[in-house]
Design a protein around this ligand. Structure first.
Ligand SMILES: O=C(O)CCC(=O)C(=O)O
Ligand SMILES: [Fe+2]
Length: 317
């Protein structure tokens, strides 16, 4: 496995009062390069209070340590359409983790644990900070792609499809260490907050690169829709996975800055006609893609090659 780490970007020029044009320019250069080479980068000085992030990890760790009976008090009811709350991957799943899913605090769908008592408040606080950070990163990517001001903001103006999951991965066994199988995220931008255990890896040129945990740092990775499709593959939504560690559980949060399902997604003319390149994807309705991806999970195909990826919409030339 390669040991080079993914780029880290200091976001303070965007957070501190004042202009800081030089610092912003530098950050945009690193982000553009990271997005086209890796589809992954880490951010520091991102404006989310570090003590909130460490508290969130502590509380999720405390929650996941509870008995199954206690955790299942915040499981979604059977047959609900929107599975907020606690769940464990089914026994037959190759992904070995348990998780707590939440939607925007104002959505009314959430099933929060009663314990630990501050968990709900901290989850809501993290969710709103990461929502704001999502809009900042989206505006930076808008500039990195040279799109008209506010283009992505207007395209992706509805926040009701965003979601966050707190996860705990079980320790590896002697024979098996998959935490989450290799995949690409389907959404726009994902933030990952990880504890110090490690195990997240990103694939670059066929090699797995560790995304090494660093204090007060968030991982950013691009999803299929905005970057791969809209940018016609200029930016990557990289393949990644989580490998479980021997003798240790790992806690993380993943926040998915998403897109409303009614959005039509297709390569933008700026990356196709205007530069004389053929589109690499046909257009699609985002919710149809989401439904296919959910089906991958609920009805896993027998053959791995039948799992639906964004390549389902690729134009083979
Ligand atoms: O737990 C992590 O580090 C990453 C999780 C992930 O890739 C996902 O939920 O899509
Ligand atoms: Fe992911």
């Amino acid at each position: 496995m390669a040991d080079s780490n993914i780029p880290t970007v200091d976001l303070s020029p965007f957070i501190r009062e004042g202009d800081h044009e030089d610092g912003k320019k530098k950050a945009r250069e690193v982000i553009s390069q990271a997005c086209s080479q890796y589809g992954f980068f880490q951010i520091q000085n991102h404006g989310v209070p570090p003590e909130l992030l460490s508290r969130a990890l502590e509380l999720s760790n405390t929650f996941f340590e509870y008995s199954d009976d206690e955790k299942r008090k915040s499981s979604p009811g059977s047959g609900v359409q929107i599975p907020a709350g606690y769940n464990k991957q089914p026994q037959h799943s190759l992904d070995k983790n348990e998780y707590l899913v939440m939607f925007p605090p104002e959505s009314g769908f959430n099933v929060y644990p009663q314990n630990p008592p501050e968990f709900k408040e901290v989850l809501e606080d993290v969710f709103s900070h990461l929502t704001k950070l999502g809009s900042l990163i989206e505006s930076i990517i808008n500039e990195c792609l040279g799109l008209p001001p506010n283009f992505l903001k207007e395209f992706n103006h509805d926040r009701s499809w965003d979601l966050m999951s707190a996860k705990r991965y079980f320790p590896a066994t002697e024979t098996e260490n998959n935490g989450i199988l290799e995949h690409e995220d389907g959404n726009c931008v994902t933030f990952v907050l990880q504890d110090q255990v490690g195990g997240l890896q990103v694939k670059k040129n066929g090699e797995w690169i560790p995304v090494t945990p660093a204090q007060d740092t968030l991982v950013v990775n691009l999803g299929d829709v905005i970057q791969k499709v809209l940018s016609n593959n200029k930016f990557k939504s990289a393949t990644h996975r989580v490998v479980r560690q021997q003798g240790k559980s790992r806690c993380s949060y993943a926040f998915f800055y998403n897109l409303h399902g009614d959005n039509w997604v297709e390569p933008l003319s700026k990356f196709t006609e205007e530069i004389g390149e053929a589109p690499k994807y046909i257009g699609f309705l985002y919710k149809e893609y989401q439904a296919l991806r959910i089906r991958n999970k609920t009805h896993p195909p027998d053959k791995p090659e039948d799992v639906i990826h964004i390549t389902h919409y690729a134009i083979i030339s």
